[in-house]
Ligand binder design. Structure first.
Ligand code: PHE
Length: 446
């Protein structure tokens, strides 16, 4: 075991770190717009089902491998495979995870940069007295300006890489303690405000009354991908955090707490955003701009609007920051495992992610009509295929590794839930999560 490895100071710190990784753009930006494009309640229902049946057991599997290995994802998997007498090739799974987060972080940083721009704009009071249409047009003009997008993307990535280079456990612990309670409080205020608007009723029925006939394999694939994305499962990113998990802590309890907190944020954000959408007669299927257009509209009507809006974008920025730190960690840990210093590894990751991210930046102007693959431009491609295909595939392989390959004793110990808890978890993984993921992935791909 690597004794020099850092550790989260307390159980609470670990839960907060994983929640920080989970709660981010996925809940506040991606969940509402994907749900909007996929008909509302059906999507929500499928997503919650997938969180429970696949996301949660697989999240435990992923953290467990890191905790049992106590090394970088690639080395942890390789070590456990060797211990079990299985093929060392399993360790390439760690590299696949690093590739997945590489793609995800590239667009994640660009979109997080939008919240920097919106934070500054709301502090300046730029949205005051503007109509929904004007705010929408302003957003389009912003997207079409590669210089502003580049500036914000760069700034956000520098913020991320600085923390990662310093070592994640210490800085994050302090940040999370403050950040998470504030984020919930603010979302509650927003949802409370939403309840007073006339869009609230329609938003609730749209979100919670499913039309089951709208279920298609593609909707299922998207809901499954989103469950992985929002829980941060399938890219070995949580595995990297699991390596720093304290010794005496029940993994199922920690994972369940994270899943509840994560789904709660998505629901609150969804209620707030769709109430505005319906109150203003906007289109729920508006796409990636949904949150950035609806929330300024909503806050413009609240007393003290610019202040609340600024606070919201500040918290969003901090929430995406803790997620992007987690996204960078497996890449940095992998390079470090290959002998690079932490500083150098962080710099290399920062520069290469920045480069790929520039393709997303340009996808809103110069490259908007450039179809790279499947009729998608670079931004559409990296924000669709890695979350919807790579994460489920990675999660599937990690689950197979944890449930069938790694030494049983190690898994039992790392789960820390007693023999019965262990058997239940493993049966769930073997007979429900793994087959279900295979079916949905297969059906969706066809
Ligand atoms: N879960 C994060 C979010 O919802 C994104 C993420 C995906 C983070 C994969 C880490 C790994 O914003």
């Amino acid at each position: 075991m690597n004794e020099t490895l850092e550790r989260w100071g307390t159980r609470r710190a670990f839960i907060l770190a994983v929640t920080g990784a989970a709660v981010g753009l996925g809940n506040i930006w991606r969940f509402p717009y994907i749900t909007g494009e996929n008909g509302g309640a059906v999507f929500l229902l499928l997503y919650v089902a997938f969180v429970l049946l696949l996301g949660l057991p697989m999240m435990m599997a992923e953290i467990l491998v890191g905790r049992a290995g106590r090394r970088s994802p690639m080395q942890s998997i390789g070590h456990l495979a060797a211990q079990a007498g299985a093929s060392r090739h399993w360790r390439w799974l760690g590299l696949f995870g690093a590739f997945t987060v590489f793609c995800i972080l590239s667009f994640y940083s660009v979109v997080s940069g939008w919240s920097i721009e919106f934070l500054v704009a709301s502090i300046n009071g730029d949205f005051v007295g503007r109509s929904a249409a004007e705010i929408g047009a302003g957003f389009d003009a912003f997207l079409a300006d590669p210089r502003r997008l580049t500036f914000n993307h760069t700034l956000f990535l520098v913020m991320t890489i600085l923390v990662v280079a310093a070592g994640v456990t210490k800085g994050l612990e302090k940040l999370n303690n403050l950040l998470m309670p504030m984020l919930y409080a603010l979302l509650l205020v927003l949802a409370g405000y939403a309840a007073t608007t006339e869009g609230f009723g329609p938003a609730l029925s749209w979100l919670f009354l499913p039309d089951v006939s709208a279920v298609t394999p593609l909707v299922m694939l998207q809901a499954m991908g989103h469950a992985f994305f929002t829980l941060a499962v399938g890219a070995c990113a949580l595995m990297a955090y699991g390596a720093y998990m304290p010794d005496h802590q029940s993994l199922p309890r920690a994972a369940a707490a994270v899943a509840v907190l994560d789904v709660a944020v998505a629901l609150l954000a969804g209620i707030a955003i769709f109430s505005v959408v319906f109150a203003q007669g906007m289109d729920p299927g508006e796409g990636p701009g949904l949150m950035f257009v609806t929330l300024p509209v909503a806050f413009a009507e609240l007393p003290g609007g610019p202040l609340w809006l600024s606070l919201f974008f500040l918290l969003l920025l901090l929430a995406t920051w803790t997620s992007s730190i987690n996204l960078a960690e497996p890449m940095v840990a992998t390079l470090q495992g290959w002998g690079l210093s932490r500083g150098l590894a962080s710099a290399a990751v920062g520069i290469s992610v920045w480069g790929l991210g520039m393709l997303s930046v340009l996808s809103f102007s110069t490259l908007a009509e450039t179809r790279v693959l499947f009729g998608m431009n670079p931004f559409e491609l990296v924000s669709t295929i890695p979350p919807e295909i790579f994460l489920p595939l990675g999660g599937l392989l990690i689950a197979v590794f944890a449930a069938w390959v790694m030494p049983e004793q190690e898994a039992l110990r790392a789960l820390d839930a007693g023999p019965n808890g262990f058997r239940f978890w493993r049966a769930l993984l073997r007979w429900v999560s793994i087959p279900l993921t295979l079916v949905v992935l297969g059906a969706g791909l066809i």
